[in-house]
Design a protein around this ligand. Structure first.
Ligand SMILES: NC(=O)c1ccc[n+]([C@@H]2O[C@H](COP(=O)([O-])OP(=O)(O)OC[C@H]3O[C@@H](n4cnc5c(N)ncnc54)[C@H](OP(=O)(O)O)[C@@H]3O)[C@@H](O)[C@H]2O)c1
Length: 307
């Protein structure tokens, strides 16, 4: 039996080393050196070539190498009997919350506009933004943690989820019927939703129109949540004041993309929260053995809900 690591984008070797360092009994293989395909019962995967899992007749479980599973659920060739799980880690949630604290504080302190002034050698004092409500789309492992973290710093926070949630000192909204009420008080809108059929392109013209005038957008979820042209239009007409973007439809962001040179867009290269092999290896090994024994997996994905 073997555990196969498939990753076209992240370096698979630190994952193999972290797993091997904890448990020398598991046979580890790195795609495309798969050996006998019938040995593969468990796959750890990130952005695999679609369709490759069909050859593994004894495959029981696929674990994402990160928090998101949209890359796996997009592959319709994965049989419904194969279980899909994902990685959940307090360190992922902490680094996301720290990124968001930096982003919202920069917005509040007008750092993007001071940076523009610096390039033009302009001395132009501007007061910090006084009253800010942060609206967080998605109150799961990452969004829920960030909501509490930012609230403790003193921000006023509201959150939106699919099912009703109760979080101390956070104003919680749930479902499409409450979406407008959630948006209308969100001066800074943060997207931390999973990418599903229901959430694709959710950051669009209609959504922006429901925000307060000159709101700020932070997208740290997936590029496919955002309608890029709608954002450019909303920035042009002032409905959106600035956008902080960590994720893009195409990554790396193409050289000629209009986002690069937009003065009200701040870009980071998908770094807001990076899975750490050493911190996550115990969880992967635990799921490997649970999968072999037919026991319930940790952080299993609801394939019908899409996350
Ligand atoms: N930029 C990066 O580096 C990076 C790193 C890690 C993850 N991510 C992204 O962050 C996403 C969220 O991760 P997570 O671990 O926090 O996910 P999670 O624990 O599954 O939480 C997802 C949240 O979104 C809500 N949601 C799902 N569908 C919804 C809908 N149709 N309407 C309203 N709310 C909906 C869920 O509602 P319920 O509470 O009702 O279930 C839940 O609160 C990942 O899927 C990934 O795409 C990005």
């Amino acid at each position: 039996l073997a555990l196969l690591i498939v990753s076209q984008q992240k370096d698979p070797k630190p994952w193999r080393d972290a797993l091997a360092g904890l448990d020398g009994n598991i046979e580890l293989r790195i795609w495309p050196e798969i050996g006998d395909p019938e040995d593969i019962t468990f796959v750890l995967s990130w952005l695999h070539p679609s369709g490759i899992f069909r050859q593994f007749k004894n495959l029981l479980t696929i674990s994402s190498m990160g928090a998101g599973v949209d890359h796996l659920l997009a592959d319709e060739s994965i049989a419904p009997t194969i279980k899909i799980c994902r990685l959940v880690d307090i360190n992922l949630a902490k680094s996301m919350a720290e990124y968001l604290l930096a982003a919202v504080t920069s917005i509040q302190q007008n750092f993007l506009s001071f940076h523009r002034h610096q390039i033009q050698q302009q001395w132009q004092p501007q007061p910090a933004v006084a009253q800010t409500t942060i609206g967080i789309m998605g109150l799961g492992q990452l969004g829920g943690f960030a909501a509490k973290y930012l609230q403790q710093v003193g921000f006023s926070i509201s959150g939106w989820s699919r099912r009703p949630r109760q979080i101390d000192k956070i104003v919680c909204f749930a479902g499409m019927t409450a979406f407008g009420d959630f948006l209308k008080s969100s001066n800074i809108l943060i997207c931390l939703l999973p990418l599903t059929m229901k959430t694709r392109n959710i950051l669009n013209k209609q959504t922006f129109a429901m925000l307060p005038q000159a709101a700020h957008l932070i997208n740290v979820a997936r590029g496919q949540h955002l309608n890029e042209q709608d954002l450019l239009d909303a920035l042009d007409d002032g409905q959106i004041n600035s956008a902080t973007l960590d994720v893009f439809k195409q990554e790396p962001l193409p050289e000629n993309h209009p986002f690069w040179r937009h003065e009200n867009i701040f870009i980071t290269p998908h770094i807001s929260s990076i899975s750490n092999p050493d911190s996550l290896a115990p969880q992967i090994i635990e799921n490997y053995y649970r999968s072999q024994k037919g026991e319930p997996l940790l952080h299993i994905v609801n394939r019908a809900a899409g996350y």
